[in-house]
Design a protein around this ligand. Structure first.
Ligand code: NAP
Length: 460
């Protein structure tokens, strides 16, 4: 079954969900289109009241929402609670700022008047991943609902209860039927939704392969799309970095969400003079993580999201080793029920091997020793991806110079790449295009309409 809750802690099947029939899908599309006709007329204040209510419900019932995340994709409960809080913050942020972000912008033409107005486009379609089951939805839904669009979402098959809970959240907050619709649909139905003339924009967060398929379909229909895809972020450690604090961040950057973050630190590029000490401390910290029930706050090593994700990752590691990489630690499935994998470090990864180019979506660190800053930058940029990255140095001016040379959508100095409502998020190259969050995120699916008052007697 495509839509199923399977507990990653023990592999048990908890609940199975039926996909929509074509008739149910057609009726959901009708309802969204009907809703848009009214929703676009509502004021920012009316929409903000609903959004604030949704954020407050998330916070009030944080424990319930968080437990659903942990049940369905195995995130540690504390991280799940953090995600619920972040999702609420994003919703509040757009409730507070949407009107200012979208206010008319007067121009100064040579004659007459001109203004750029921002109006909603209509029904938008989002395809979303399981790794942050609410945060990804909040990132898409909050700005677009506040802009006066309505949204339909196909969530990942392994988090169907989170998907339903987020739809219910908006209804409980007072949003009209059709403002936020959860679609339990097949890939063929995804294509049918994109083809529907009432769909005015498409946003996908997920792998590059999914992005190619969905972006191609949107392109065939000449529909605007945004693509938030994978990454292979570099974590650069320069010789003047604070080693102990840097290693702490390396562990967080690698192991937060069990490494299943698009912006997880994936390639560790450490300058020669610190490389041995960094590797020793990093390895010791990873070895100290304790596998257990992600609902238990004492657990520091959670399962991966699905059996498929675990199998794929172990296969990637095996292939890397077969192609000449050295396994510093880990590499295997844990001998226990559930989808657990050992924290893993690979080194000696040759540029002509698959591991050098692929995204490792889990607790696998690729370690590279570099001669100096220039070699670190060159290696960081030798990637098909271009999402985030980080540089660790006590010299902030130097960090900024390095950041300027890194070809990605986001670079953080002295912390791994992360996210906040007011910081833009997105990448370049096969990491996708478009931005979510901040003032940029709300501009992606609005009509920037020029309204011009011309002088009737003036030349054109
Ligand atoms: P995925 O397999 O691409 O799935 C993402 C979503 O796309 C799911 O809803 C999936 O549905 C759907 N999907 C996949 N192939 C499709 C197709 N051909 N047609 C229509 N829908 C399709 O990715 P994932 O494994 O869930 O997520 C991990 C990936 O997402 C990683 O590469 C990660 O880096 C990336 N990611 C990027 C960002 C960002 O902001 N840049 C954020 C988070 C994650 P099913 O579940 O039903 O297959």
């Amino acid at each position: 079954m495509a839509y199923q809750t399977i507990n990653p802690f023990d592999g048990s099947v908890v609940q199975t969900f039926q996909e929509f029939s074509d008739t149910e899908l057609a009726s959901a599309l009708d309802s969204a289109a009907d809703c848009f006709a009214g929703w676009r007329q509502t004021s920012f204040a009316e929409r903000a009241a609903i959004a604030h209510k949704a954020a407050s419900l998330l916070r009030k019932q944080s424990g319930d929402y968080a437990r659903l995340i942990t049940l369905e994709m195995g995130k540690r409960i504390e991280e799940a609670e953090g995600e619920v809080a972040l999702s609420a913050d994003i919703i509040d942020y757009y409730a507070d700022h949407a009107e200012a972000f979208l206010k008319p912008q007067p121009l100064k033409p040579e004659s007459g008047e001109a203004v750029i107005e921002s109006s909603p486009l209509g029904v938008l379609f989002g395809v979303q991943p399981w790794n942050f089951p609410y945060y990804q939805l909040a990132r898409f839904a909050a700005p677009n609902l506040m802009a006066g669009n309505v949204v339909m979402v196909k969530h990942a098959g392994c988090v169907p209860q989170c998907a339903q809970a987020f739809e219910k959240l908006w209804r409980d907050a007072g949003a009209p039927a059709g403002a936020y619709t959860n679609l339990v649909i097949s890939y063929d139905q995804v294509n049918a939704v994109i083809d529907d003339p009432r769909i005015k924009g498409v946003a996908l967060t997920g792998s590059a392969d999914a992005g190619k398929s969905v972006a191609a379909r949107a392109g065939q229909n000449l529909k605007k799309s945004t693509m938030e895809l994978g990454g292979s972020d570099a974590f650069i450690v320069l010789e003047d970095a604070d080693l102990d604090k840097t290693v702490e961040w390396a562990v967080w950057g690698k192991m937060n969400n069990m490494g299943q973050c698009c912006v997880a630190a994936k390639r560790f590029l450490v300058v020669d003079s610190l490389a041995d000490r960094f590797l020793e401390k990093f390895q010791a910290a990873l070895a100290g993580l304790k596998a257990g029930d992600p609902m238990d706050r004492a657990t520091t090593l959670a399962p991966l999201s699905t059996e498929g994700a675990l199998t794929k990752l172990v296969e990637q590691v095996d292939k890397a080793v077969a192609q000449g990489a050295t396994l510093v630690m880990g590499g295997k499935r844990l001998d226990r029920p559930g989808f657990f994998m050992e924290p893993t470090i690979l080194t000696d990864i040759a540029p002509d091997t698959a591991a050098f180019r692929e995204e490792f979506f889990g607790p696998v660190a690729l370690f590279f020793r570099v001669k100096d800053e220039d070699e670190a930058v060159a290696l960081a940029n030798d990637s098909d991806f271009g999402l985030g990255g980080s540089v660790f140095t006590q010299d902030i001016a130097r960090g900024k110079r390095v950041a300027e040379r890194i070809e990605t959508g986001m670079v953080f100095i002295n912390q791994p790449t992360w996210t906040a409502p007011d910081l833009p998020f997105g990448g370049i190259n096969i990491s996708g295009y478009g931005r979510e969050l901040s003032g940029l995120g709300i501009q992606e699916f609005v009509n920037k309409k020029l309204v011009r008052v011309a002088l009737i007697d003036a030349a054109a």
